[in-house]
Design a protein around this ligand. Structure first.
Ligand SMILES: [Zn+2]
Ligand SMILES: [Zn+2]
Length: 379
């Protein structure tokens, strides 16, 4: 029964997918008009959905070892994953059976895990043609979406800087644009808050009070203790509050930041994130935390910090080019020095007269050579 249900779900998903692909190809929009500030979030989310679907389908069609009994019970014992033999049915006795099948030996007779009747064990490999067909459709859809995003992003002023930053391709740049351009406020602190990147305070008594910085010492509502937290959905549930956070934006910022945390050393924003991470871990250990807990906390603090930094940089670049930038806000400067917008491709940025307008602003107003700053980091 479970098997039948799964098959139905599979069919629906692929049909939906085909509909989506047909829609993308059939739309008569020109590249320019198909992506705009209003729908950029939907387009980005669709792109992420397709990537998720790719992973899901990949897992679903992975080669496997199954038993099938005369009553028609199909039990998956093992799905080929990365490396280690991990049984789907948690019983020792099946391990030998799976090993035998994988090594091409006769597994001998086996009982159906459901009814105990003698069952056949086999290695099942899904149709490669089918998978490749589905994947080529998915990839074509993704490429079409990327072409839309690219056309949009390249016309945006932020591209003057983003084009020289490794990791800021059309999709990641669009994530930054989405947060900035959909904001009703022009303050970067408000953008951080809306994207769930700024710490908030909640009442320890769970009276429903919450606040953005600056935080009072006691809850003004009931006098309870003030707890500093990240405005996640879980925290909102625990403390009985509703943060003014758009969780879609938060997810996009997480995807962006996490990319740099994983890519690390070869990317200028990866380098700066690693430096911050190291500091946070040291801080945690110094305050008496266990090394593992300190590292977990540092990761949470660092991804939000990096997203805040990159948002400030994107906004600074846009406003400098529009002639309206007033300089970085106090929170960016609070802890030590200001980190200016960074680039990986210093040589090409140096020759770009549009980029020079940004560099000139930092030389004149903050006495920072942003290209030199990037070079020093990459050493
Ligand atoms: Zn059976
Ligand atoms: Zn309270």
């Amino acid at each position: 029964m479970a098997r039948k249900k799964e098959k139905e779900e599979k069919k629906i998903e692929i049909e939906d997918l085909l509909k989506m692909v047909k829609y993308v190809f059939a739309t008569k929009f020109t590249l320019e008009s198909s992506v705009n500030v209003r729908n950029i979030l939907d387009i980005l989310s669709t792109r992420d959905d397709i990537q998720k679907l790719e992973t899901m389908i990949n897992n679903r069609f992975a080669p496997r070892v199954e038993t099938e009994c005369p009553q028609g019970h199909i039990t998956v014992l093992y799905i080929e994953g990365r490396g280690k033999l991990k049984l789907k049915v948690k019983k020792r006795k099946y391990e030998e059976v799976v090993k035998a099948v994988l090594e091409g030996r006769d597994p001998g007779s086996i009982q159906c895990p459901h009814c105990g009747l003698p069952a056949a064990v086999k290695f099942v490999e899904p149709s490669k043609l089918m998978i490749e067909g589905v994947f080529s459709l998915l990839r074509a859809t993704e490429e079409t979406i990327d072409a839309y995003l690219e056309a949009y992003v390249k016309k945006h002023p932020v591209w003057t800087w983003a084009r020289y930053v490794k990791g800021l391709g059309p999709a990641n740049t669009a994530r930054l644009i989405a947060v900035i351009e959909t904001s009703r406020s022009n303050k970067v602190a408000d953008m951080w808050m809306r994207a769930g990147l700024a710490p908030v305070a909640v009442c320890g008594n769970k009276c429903g009070w919450w606040s953005k910085a600056p935080f009072p010492e006691k809850c003004p509502n009931c006098g309870g203790s003030v707890v500093k937290v990240a405005p996640t959905k879980l925290v909102a549930k625990i403390y009985n509050v509703r943060f003014k956070v758009d969780y879609r934006l938060m997810k996009h910022m997480y995807v962006l930041s996490n990319y740099y945390l994983v890519m690390g050393r070869n990317f200028v924003y990866g380098i700066i994130a690693q430096q911050k991470m190291k500091k946070e871990i040291e801080k945690g250990i110094a305050s008496g935390l266990d090394e593992k807990i300190a590292a977990a906390r540092a990761t949470k603090a660092t991804w939000r910090w990096l997203a805040r930094l990159m948002l400030e940089h994107a906004k600074a670049v846009i406003e400098i080019l529009r002639g309206t930038y007033q300089g970085p806000p106090p929170p960016v400067l609070r802890h030590g020095q200001y980190i200016p917008p960074l680039v990986d491709d210093v040589e090409r940025a140096e020759r770009d007269p549009d980029f020079q307008k940004i560099a000139e602003w930092y030389r004149k107003h903050m006495d920072i050579d942003i290209l030199e700053y990037s070079l020093q980091l990459k050493k």
